[in-house]
Design a protein around this ligand. Structure first.
Ligand code: NAD
Length: 439
């Protein structure tokens, strides 16, 4: 099939490259000319495992092209996917649909009758109805608008796209349903479950999924706080509940709170939708509050371990991206942690395996180290903020020898207390037994 992808960010680029790999002919459109020039020169705008090879092999076969010219990208397409950003609107947290509607108005001028328009962006319930209305206003009579929310995770985006837990298609007409089934046919052959629903249901399903995962994270974080008060270990509690099939082991890792480009904005947008129709969503509202509070409280936790006054203290931060295997810094817990420490007068040396270029504009007055040991050199404490694999196998004795203060603050529970202590470090994890007096 001939597919146009409007928006060539994380979702648009990964989806476009995977669709091309299925054998479709895909044109990825973006208004950011530096991104498109880079892609045409083989330079990836994001760091995502396996993406470069996938993009290059499909581009070489002529199945994947990149352009800033929406008209040429869209005019022959049988399906046009919208994968532009839907950030939180400043002030109220509603999903900002400016980019979506702009794209729809532009594509309305050029699409052929019968083209299926599909939202892949995460959009509030009813957005498909509004898109349909815009297309009709622009004179498109044969309108087919579907919702196909994306569930991929950054850092594992290609595997997720090619082996999804499910594909959700919200369609109001047979043409849209048939078109999306055709596009995803290679995945049905692999028995990926497909759920065909109404368009509004599909739109809401995406928000409900993200909100539920956010609830799980905030839940285990609060249980971690309780573990610290009653001398229990949250790692074991998480395993003990996660082995129950009704609960499942995933998203039960206590830590500094969730971040990223999706959970923070999508939970708040769900609350805005609920509010606009007068329905309370107390569980999600509490989850958002718990998470905001938690991210801010991490600085306090670090200061306590350092004896409260961090002025003139040097803190090494390992990991800046909001999670491993990505360079995405959006809403990363590292942002309030680093800025909070700097505000209290600490000096910070940070290292992240790939996010440095994204992180640099976000911080001022900090040093960027070239590796974990360089960050630790002369620091009073080492803080693991993002659990990159390379931080799981640090030579703790070397770390201890490099540090001035022998403190390891492990916000991701990567290490055991006993191994850290054996290396001569004082260990502070999350929810792992009673807090020590200095905590
Ligand atoms: P992104 O910011 O990485 O990419 C969006 C791209 O759209 C940008 O490159 C921007 O230049 C481009 N764009 C905006 N308006 C345009 C227009 N009129 N024409 C052409 N290009 C335009 O965003 P993202 O992370 O890929 O997210 C896109 C959507 O997918 C969001 O709704 C997000 O919530 C959702 N989503 C994201 C993820 C994720 O892990 N990032 C996962 C699932 C769903």
């Amino acid at each position: 099939m001939r597919i146009a992808m409007i928006g060539t960010g994380y979702v648009g680029l990964v989806s476009g490259a995977c669709f091309a790999d299925f054998g479709h002919r895909v044109t990825c459109v973006d208004k950011d000319s530096s991104k498109i020039d880079g892609l045409n020169a083989g330079v990836m705008p994001i760091w995502e495992p396996g993406l470069e090879g996938l993009v290059k092999s499909n581009a070489e076969r002529g199945r994947l092209t990149f352009t800033t010219d929406l008209v040429s990208g869209v005019k022959d397409a049988e399906a046009v996917f919208i994968a532009v950003g839907t950030p939180a609107r400043r002030g109220d947290g509603h999903a900002d649909l400016t980019y979506v509607f702009e794209a729809v108005r532009e594509l309305a001028k050029v699409i052929k009758p019968g083209t299926v328009v599909v939202t892949k962006s995460t959009v509030p319930v009813g957005t498909g109805d509004k898109i349909e209305a815009i297309l009709r206003e622009e004179g498109i009579t044969e309108v087919s608008v579907a919702s196909n929310p994306e569930f991929l995770r950054e850092g594992a985006a290609i595997a997720d796209f090619k082996h999804p837990d499910r594909i959700v298609v919200g369609a109001e007409d047979e043409r849209a349903e048939h078109c999306l089934k055709e596009i995803y046919r290679p995945l049905f052959l692999n028995r990926a479950p497909i759920l065909i629903t109404g368009r509004r249901t599909a739109e809401l399903t995406k928000y409900a999924a993200n909100a539920f995962l956010a609830v799980k994270i905030s839940f285990i974080n609060e249980i971690a706080d309780l573990c610290e008060a009653v001398d229990a270990d949250v790692q074991d509690v998480a395993r003990g509940i996660g082995l129950d099939n009704r609960i499942g082991p995933k998203f039960l890792h206590a830590g500094p709170g969730y971040g990223g480009s999706c959970f923070p904005k999508d939970t708040v947008a769900l609350l805005q939708t609920a509010d606009s129709v007068g329905v309370e969503q107390r569980i999600v509202a509490t989850t958002v509050a718990v998470n905001d509070d938690r991210k801010n409280r991490m600085v306090e936790r670090i200061s306590r371990a350092l004896g409260r006054d961090v002025r003139d203290k040097r803190v090494a931060i390992l990991g800046l991206a909001f999670k491993p295997n990505t360079d995405d810094m959006r809403e990363a817990p590292a942002i309030p942690i680093v800025n909070g420490l700097v505000k209290l007068g600490a000096s910070v040396a940070a290292f992240d395996p790939v996010a440095r270029h994204q992180a640099e504009p976000l911080f001022s007055g900090i040093e960027f180290a070239d590796d974990a040991y360089a960050a630790a050199d002369g620091a009073d404490a080492l803080v693991i903020v993002t659990e990159w694999d390379e931080f799981r196998a640090l030579d703790l004795e070397r770390v201890a020898a490099s540090l001035r203060g022998k403190i390891l603050i492990d916000l991701r529970n990567v290490y055991d207390r006993s191994e850290a202590e054996a290396a001569g470090l004082t260990y502070y994890g999350i929810g792992r037994g009673r807090l020590q007096t200095s905590q």
